[in-house]
Design a protein around this ligand. Structure first.
Ligand SMILES: Cc1cc2nc3c(=O)[nH]c(=O)nc-3n(C[C@H](O)[C@H](O)[C@H](O)COP(=O)(O)O)c2cc1C
Length: 350
């Protein structure tokens, strides 16, 4: 029973990736992700925008249950926990950070894993320069996030969220010219058509596309009558999985079954990774679950995928896109005349 998955030019030992976030902003966090057995860890993103760095000092997060009640951040969240908040970018000097994560990627290689460099777009030429510096330092994979949810709320110049296919293609082409290592493009979940953006990134030369970022939200607090945390913020929860899976399936249809897709936004355990893979992902970036539950979530997810395959047979590769390809249109479902009557309580039926 093999857990390994091919992803463009590389192979991951398993499909569980620790997604970029504030828990992988230090060597200690990244090493913890590797030690937990992740196939890869995406290091906290950088760009050269002072505004984005400053935004980190104003970052704040709250853990909420599905009834909008605050939960303690005790690394033992209930299954319905959601992370709501605002974040910023790494404040460390870029060259120092790139050198540090390149060294960690060399450590990762000995474990058969990867540490992936990540850039969040602000200025395209600056991003191209950072990308080239990451490759020169020896990083083996680059991720470019052009869909960070905070794009519209952030101070101008801090973060860009691209929702137009033409821009996605042009940005991807520019970064493609800057590096030869595998280039993964992370897309917004807030566009009209995530599959069209995925196609634009593919056409621009991306080796893989990540579907899809979290959503902007406002959570009124009924006690203070103010927004929680005082601002809008990004949100995602276990419920995001179904939305992401649908766009993964749409992207698979548009880009073809051979093109590598990654999933993010909604995976909370190993069986969620299986769900994402059935919808078309070759690997899955988990962030909120690890931030809220600790790095043990990673080792447990890898175990759960192994247990699932032991129970149902086959390999991780066998899962990819199976549910997506079994999807049919509404028109081919059997007729169920009068089914709608079931929604009226019995005592109210005429
Ligand atoms: C606090 C926080 C910080 C994040 N920082 C980054 C980042 O620096 N770069 C990035 O590409 N994604 C970042 N993300 C997005 C996550 O990597 C991930 O794609 C997203 O949270 C959806 O996956 P999830 O449901 O597993 O959390 C961040 C998410 C959170 C919650």
């Amino acid at each position: 029973m093999s857990l390994s998955v091919r992803l463009g030019g590389i192979t991951l030992k398993n499909p569980v990736i620790v997604g970029a976030g504030d828990h992988v902003m230090t060597a200690g966090g990244i090493r913890a992700g590797l030690a937990a057995g992740a196939g890869a860890v995406v290091a906290k993103s950088i760009n050269e925008s002072e505004a984005a760095k400053r935004q980190l000092d104003g970052s704040d997060h709250v853990l909420l249950d599905s009834r909008w009640q605050k939960l303690p951040w005790d690394f033992a969240p209930p299954p319905d926990a959601m992370v709501f908040g605002r974040s910023g970018l790494h404040q460390m000097d870029s060259d120092a950070w790139i050198a540090e994560i390149a060294a960690l990627d060399r450590e990762a290689a000995k474990l058969g894993a990867y540490v992936i460099g990540s850039i969040i777009l602000a200025d395209l030429e600056v991003a191209a320069d950072l990308a080239a510096r990451m490759q020169a330092a020896g990083l083996r994979v680059l991720e470019l996030n052009i869909g960070a949810p905070h794009g519209d709320e952030a101070v101008p110049g801090a973060i860009v969220q691209e929702r137009a296919a033409g821009r996605v293609r042009a940005i991807t082409e520019r970064i493609r010219r800057a590096v030869t290592i595998p280039l993964w493009i992370k897309l917004t979940g807030q566009s009209e058509d995530a599959a069209a953006l995925a196609l634009a990134a593919k056409d621009g030369g991306a080796d893989a596309v990540i579907v899809m970022g979290r959503f902007m939200a406002l959570v009124p607090d009924i006690e203070t009558r103010k927004p929680m945390l005082g601002t809008a913020g990004a949100i995602g929860g276990p419920w995001s999985l179904a939305l992401t899976c649908r766009w993964l399936a749409q992207a698979r249809k548009k880009l073809g079954p051979g093109y590598p897709l990654l999933g993010t936004n909604g995976a909370r355990d190993g069986l969620d990774v299986v769900r994402f893979m059935l919808a078309g992902a070759r690997a899955v970036e988990m962030t909120s679950a690890v931030m809220a539950g600790g790095f043990g979530v990673v080792s447990q997810a890898v175990r759960e995928i192994g247990d699932y395959l032991a129970r149902t047979g086959g390999t991780a590769e066998d899962l990819i896109g199976v549910a997506a390809d079994a999807q049919v249109g509404y028109g081919v479902q059997p007729d169920r005349p009068g089914y709608w009557r079931d929604f009226v309580p019995v005592e109210s039926r005429e």
